[in-house]
Ligand binder design. Structure first.
Ligand code: SRM
Ligand code: SF4
Length: 552
């Protein structure tokens, strides 16, 4: 446990925030600046918002002695990534009225809107509230959006497993009414009783992430979460979950104490009561033992490594009052999204649409935003987001399928999905420039054009049908989960990336760094060489990641 006088500055901001209220109301009313007061910039994250500025315009603004162009990004809390068509329509309008207009599907199955001006934050949240949507705890030192394997045709018990995302999200919501008071004008109760046994007044030392996978697909990259639940299904019945803990992907360039780590399997639990108890008590251990002095070393992965897995498990079982059973057998066979039409066991139809890097907009490749709006207007399809930044048009009845098919056809989306190469369809990039303040290099704005240049190399070596998982992030924080890719690019400086290789296809082995700080020409030359060796020496069916791990 951390000594009080060494606490990181964010610790003071949290404990003195009066239940995450801080001076947010005053900050919002200050018309002299587009920014918030300093402490409130940390607190607003717990409400699902980030203060950002347009990094493309920093120099120009500074030269004119103008304040940077501040705006806000909002991230919704969407356990398991589900929206009704009515909610999509509402989101479309909110995006148009208050943000840049682009809807960004994230790697954790939710959506973000960027470029919201300070005066528009409240109307944005109020509009979302009328749609029964919120952004509570989508960021900050609390449990984030709970992810869950997206595709309902994966298993007959998908719905049952999916409900756990909501249950866990509710279990781990902060108890403060601050969100309702600040954004929705709920009256503050004078003598408020907001006991929060989980978060207390100090919240967690760091962000906390929980994911649920339904084997054989590991689309959520379950082992990269602080807590990963793997559904164990026997005879088409959910019998419980294997619980893994201590995943996390971030590292800091030049800081050897930081590292990416996959979660360690702790054991199996069966009943709902026990499952929720285990998740809850893992969080209380992290609350009590996590590092509160150095935020770079504050995630659960470091707490577990500091305590040791055996000691951590002992403490967990003590807090739970029961022991975990031995983990049960499961097997992951892939992580990809299954594009196009699929049917589930009840006969409902699902169309997985390719959305490059999760950016829903109309551009010269496709009018995805307009098309999704038209699809939502039919009221015939729900929207399910995948951990690979795509969208599934979901739960469509047999008689309604042709209506959706016609719209996909009309807007060329079926062609858009099918014509994309295997490499492109399995790739992801984080946001990075122009909004991410931590970006060292481009990611989502650059990866599509880099893939244009990698595709001919794959064709040259007759590897174009390989389903290689390639991911790019603009810094080593790993938001596009590049450490868990077969080919991972990690930004080091503008136009430069470390090249990582050797991750597996199922998300059970991380990659390692192969080359430092390459520019585009060096990236293409290196990949050309690697592909040539892979093509000539691989064994039958050997993936690029497995081969690289063995060879280099
Ligand atoms: Fe992330 C910070 C975007 C998934 C690890 N992430 C950020 C911020 C908020 C930058 C900031 O702190 O100011 C980025 C906002 C960019 C922007 O303009 O929108 C950002 N992260 C994203 C998203 C939108 C990337 C995307 O393109 O989809 C993802 C939103 C997920 C969500 O819906 O909740 C996103 N971030 C991830 C993931 C992947 C995952 O969780 O599956 C990771 C790696 C896994 C992990 O947590 O270890 C990730 N983001 C980070 C970190 C490093 C945390 C750490 O342990 O040190 C930061 C920086 C931080 O927290 O200090 C960060
Ligand atoms: Fe920003 Fe880095 Fe995350 Fe990319 S990986 S969104 S650059 S923090």
């Amino acid at each position: 446990m951390s000594k009080k006088n060494n606490l990181s500055p964010v610790e003071r901001i949290k404990t003195s925030s009066d239940g995450l209220r801080g001076t947010l109301k005053e900050s919002l009313e200050d018309g002299l600046t587009g920014a918030l007061y300093e402490d409130d910039q940390s607190l607003i994250k717990f409400h699902g918002l980030y203060q950002q500025d347009d990094r493309d315009r920093r120099e120009e603004r500074s030269a004119k002695k103008l304040e940077w162009l501040y705006s806000y990004m909002i991230r919704l809390r969407l356990p398991g990534g589900f929206l009704t068509p009515e909610q999509w329509i509402g989101l479309h309008h909110v995006a148009g009225e208050h943000s840049t207009g682009t809807i960004k599907i994230t790697t954790r199955q939710t959506v973000q809107l960027h470029g919201i001006l300070k005066s528009h934050i409240k109307p944005t949240i109020q509009s979302f509230n009328t749609l029964q949507l919120d952004s509570i705890a989508a960021c900050g030192d609390v449990n984030r959006n709970v992810t869950c394997s997206a595709h309902p045709n994966e298993s007959p018990v998908h719905e049952e497993v999916f409900k756990y995302a909501d249950k866990i999200s509710l279990l781990a919501l902060p108890k403060t009414r601050a969100y309702y008071e600040i954004w929705l004008d709920e009256e503050q109760i004078a003598d408020k009783q907001e006991e929060d046994p989980l978060y207390q007044d100090r919240y967690l030392p760091r962000k906390f992430k929980i994911g649920i996978a339904i084997p054989p697909n590991n689309d959520v990259d379950v082992l990269t979460n602080d807590v990963g639940l793997i559904a164990i299904i026997e005879n088409n019945m959910l019998v419980g979950f294997n619980i893994a803990a201590g995943g996390g992907l971030s590292a800091t360039h030049g800081n050897a104490n930081t590292y990416a780590r996959l979660a360690t399997m702790l054991g199996f639990v069966d009943t709902e009561e026990k499952i929720l108890k285990v998740v809850y008590e893992i969080m209380t251990i992290q609350r009590d033992y996590g590092n509160r002095t150095d935020r770079k070393l504050a995630r659960l992965k470091y707490t577990i490594d500091k305590l040791g897995v055996a000691e951590f498990k002992k403490e967990l079982e003590k807090r739970c009052g029961f022991t975990l059973e031995e983990s049960k057998y499961y097997s992951f066979t892939d992580r990809k999204d299954h594009y196009g039409w699929k049917q589930n066991h009840e006969g409902k139809w699902y169309y997985t649409l390719f959305v490059e890097n999760g950016r829903v907009l109309d551009d010269n490749t496709a009018a995805i935003k307009t098309a999704l709006f038209e699809i939502a207007k039919t009221g015939k399809a729900n929207f399910r987001f995948t951990g690979n930044q795509n969208v599934i048009l979901a739960d469509i009845s047999e008689e309604d399928k042709s209506i959706i098919e016609e719209l996909l056809e009309q807007f060329g989306l079926d062609q858009h999905t099918h014509k994309a190469s295997a490499l492109r369809k399995n790739a992801m990039a984080c946001v990075a420039f122009n909004t991410c303040p931590l970006a060292l290099a481009e990611a989502q704005r650059y990866l599509p054009s880099l893939i244009d240049k990698i595709e001919p190399l794959l064709e040259k070596h007759s590897l174009q049908h390989e389903e290689i998982i390639l991911r790019m992030t603009g810094c080593p924080n790993g938001c596009g989960r590049s450490p868990a890719a077969e080919i991972g690019f990690v930004g080091t400086a503008y136009g430069h990336y470390n090249l990582h290789i050797g991750g597996d296809r199922t998300g059970e082995r991380l990659n390692t760094k192969y080359k430092d700080s390459l520019n585009e020409e060096q990236i293409l030359q290196t990949l050309d060489e690697l592909f040539a060796v892979y093509k000539s020496e691989r064994t039958i069916g050997e993936t690029f990641g497995d081969f690289s791990n063995k060879k280099w």
